[in-house]
Design a protein. Structure first.
Length: 334
């Protein structure tokens, strides 16, 4: 889908990316019985792709290390990335992946997948991208599905000395390994991340025998500076070693929830960029964010998710719809 009229078109004339996202691109085939038609809609998707587009629309220069093919679905993805100013770095040779999203009466989505994840052939430009980035994000299928997951971990290790790292497991039980294996894989990435975001559904699937607060605290002990949890209408929670911030979800008429968590993640990265705490040199500052900063950050990301829920598909907001973090400090009393 095209970006909003006020969406950004970053200058990508050089090879230096402020943000690099690593992960799958696919086409969402959306079956919505509320539309009264048997013809599904198709949209570019995949959690990492959505995050990359969300970051670019929030004025961050963004690259996406991914896979899609020279087929009908791949051309749709390529056009979507180009129209949003995201620079793709493409590897692999298999067909473009797809995800069937079946919506219920509330607009919530259940997924089934035809996915491959292989970025073979892109290792050199991918390494160059992460080595020139201030921040690197990854997650979802890309961190759980071989053979690409092994290369993703290597890229994260290469980026970590100079870039901050964010991770969103965005678990997909339909194609993930058994929960115990998926849990260990997720924790391996949590341990090398500075910022981790998950949904309440992720934590319930990974850790059915403990509370969400217990799971967040356990992840924080593995090494990240900040752990964020999205809980749908109940709103987000952000936990650091210094404090805990939570708030209700914004009141919004939900069209569907596709991509809402990815919009939250992109806004989280944008908010942290506006707070000037991205990059390896800023790790100590990231660890010391105060309650007012965290509240503004949560409010900013919360709004991005709500805007996405108010419209069809993974359609994240642009900077003109969000405003700057300054206004969210004012709203939170900071």
């Amino acid at each position: 889908m095209p970006p909003p009229e006020n969406g950004p078109h970053p200058d990508l004339s050089d090879n230096v990316s402020l943000i690099t996202v690593i992960g799958e691109s696919l086409v969402d085939i959306i079956d919505d019985p509320r539309r009264g038609t048997t013809t599904p809609e198709t949209h570019p998707g995949g959690s990492p792709l959505n995050v990359a587009v969300g970051c670019a629309r929030l004025d961050l220069r963004t690259s996406l290390i991914t896979h899609f093919a020279e087929d009908r679905h791949g051309r749709m993805i390529a056009e979507h990335l180009e129209s949003n100013g995201v620079r793709p770095i493409v590897g692999g040779s298999l067909p473009t992946s797809t995800a069937l999203a079946s919506l219920d009466a509330t607009g919530a989505a259940q997924y089934s997948f035809a996915v491959t994840w292989d970025i073979n052939g892109a290792s050199i430009p991918a390494l160059s991208a992460v080595e020139s980035s201030l921040h690197v994000h990854t997650g979802s299928i890309a961190t759980a599905l071989p053979p690409g997951s092994t290369l993703v971990r290597g890229l994260i290790e290469a980026a970590r000395p100079h870039a901050t790292i964010s991770f969103d497991p965005n678990c997909r039980p339909a194609i993930s390994p058994e929960p115990a294996v998926a849990r260990q894989m997720a924790e391996d990435f949590v341990a090398v991340a500075d910022i981790v975001k998950a949904s309440d559904e992720d934590l319930r699937w990974l850790y059915p025998d403990r509370t969400q607060d217990e799971s967040m605290a356990a992840w924080l002990e593995l090494g990240p500076s900040l752990v964020a949890l999205t809980r749908g209408a109940e709103g987000p929670v952000i936990l650091t070693r210094r404090c805990r911030v939570e708030m209700p979800g914004e009141s919004v008429t939900v069209t569907d929830t596709v991509g809402a968590g990815d919009s939250f993640m992109a806004a989280l990265i944008s908010g942290l960029a506006q707070l000037d705490v991205l990059g390896g040199a800023s790790r100590s500052r990231l660890q010391d964010l105060n309650p007012d900063e965290l509240h503004a950050l949560a409010s900013y990301a919360n709004k991005a998710a709500a805007i996405t829920c108010s419209r069809q598909g993974a359609n994240p907001p642009a900077s003109g719809e969000m405003g700057s973090m300054t206004g969210f400090f004012a709203a939170s009393g900071g």
